[in-house]
Design a protein around this ligand. Structure first.
Ligand SMILES: *Cc1c(COP(=O)(O)O)cnc(C)c1O
Length: 349
């Protein structure tokens, strides 16, 4: 097998959902955010595993993602769309029974005219300035919205991964202010907001990243492993170089393994000459530049010739790789390539 092997532990995913669900009171519903192909893990398999764990409400970014999820889950679970009701979405929203989270007066008009009586939610902007109605906009349409019976009113926190950030209470106060006295289910918290405590939970939480095993849910089970097969091993002499641009030059005789995987698989070039892979418990430095399909790894210190090396596993989780390359776990996960052979494992935990 020439491609990398991506292992996704569906039991760990389900256990993470249950753990996040257990952090809020029993009257608070815990949804599952499965946008971007379930953060790169595969929306059909992840969606079904989360539904089996007990999730009844799912969120995606755009209606097209809702279509793939509906096919996987069948008619029961509620699927909401953060992007709301975009031009051209009407048939999909209607036929697949999606619930758009309306962002603006334009979207509200589109939805109420095209699909009167069809379910929707409302997104309010409590300070992030990304999606949702501003306070004045909301005040202008509030009565029309309440007449139409929204299923949910939600907002999103900008700094919830920093528990002490003053933005959190500020957005909480703004959201409370905008929703005061309404008899409509409310939602403010994603993974970070769940960890901020019950004041932030309202009626529904919307965890994403924590399900997939990354910060800010530091107690999460690891969901993703990635192993890359070794295609060739060679001995090189002092002064010889490895890879494009001769960026690594041997200062001692070395044994270099060339593994199958590269930036076309979402393994960033920023790992060139700084990243490590693992053979069992032993770290092996990435040497030379990460190229499109191949990576050089120094295995001089191993006493066996490895068949494969691990990039994600027990010694290096998604957040470690993110830290090494100046990004976040979300980006590592959503960049996972499509050439890997995917294994959906059960019970590796
Ligand atoms: C992505 C997203 C979530 C999930 O956030 P995590 O930080 O991954 O838990 C929740 N709500 C909205 C509006 C989002 O865009």
């Amino acid at each position: 097998m020439g491609t990398g092997k991506l292992t996704i532990d569906l039991d760990a995913l389900a256990a993470n959902w249950r753990a996040l669900d257990a952090m809020s009171a029993s009257h608070v519903q815990t949804a599952a955010v499965v946008k971007a192909d379930a953060y790169g893990t595969g929306v059909a398999k992840a969606g079904r595993a989360l539904a089996a764990a007990g999730a009844r409400r799912f969120f995606v970014a755009v209606a097209e993602e809702g279509a793939a999820l509906r096919e996987a889950l069948g008619p029961g679970p509620e699927i909401s769309v953060f992007g709301g009701h975009m031009p051209g979405d009407t048939d999909m929203i209607h036929d697949l029974n999606l619930v758009p989270m309306i962002n603006s007066v334009d979207q509200l008009t589109r939805h109420l005219e095209a699909l009167p009586g069809s379910p929707f939610g409302i997104q309010l902007d409590s300070g992030m300035n990304r999606l949702g109605m501003e306070p004045a906009e909301w005040a202008a349409v509030r009565d029309i919205v309440l007449d139409a019976g929204p299923r949910l009113i939600m907002s999103h926190l900008a700094c919830a991964d920093e528990a002490e950030h003053e933005m959190n209470p500020r957005q909480l106060a703004e959201f409370l202010d905008m929703t005061h006295g309404l008899a409509v289910p409310l939602s403010l918290a994603a993974t970070g907001g769940i960890l901020l405590g019950p004041d932030y939970h309202f009626d529904l939480t919307r965890p994403g990243i924590g399900l997939y095993g990354a910060r800010p849910f530091v107690d999460a089970h690891r969901v993703v492993d990635l192993d890359l097969p070794v295609i060739q091993v060679r001995d090189i002499k002092v002064g010889e170089s490895v890879g494009y641009g001769n960026s690594w030059i041997a200062e001692r005789p070395a044994k270099i393994a060339t593994v199958s995987g590269g930036y076309a698989d979402g393994i960033t070039r920023h790992l060139s000459n700084i990243g490590v892979m693992f053979f069992e418990d032993t770290p092996c430095p990435i040497v030379g530049r990460v190229s499109m399909d191949l990576i050089g790894v120094d295995v001089t210190h191993l006493d066996v010739s490895p068949a494969s090396l691990g990039l994600l596993g027990p010694h290096q989780v998604v957040d470690d790789l993110a830290d090494a390359t100046g990004t976040i776990g979300y980006e590592i996960l959503t960049q996972l390539g499509h050439r890997y052979t995917r294994h959906y494992a059960r019970g590796r935990m």
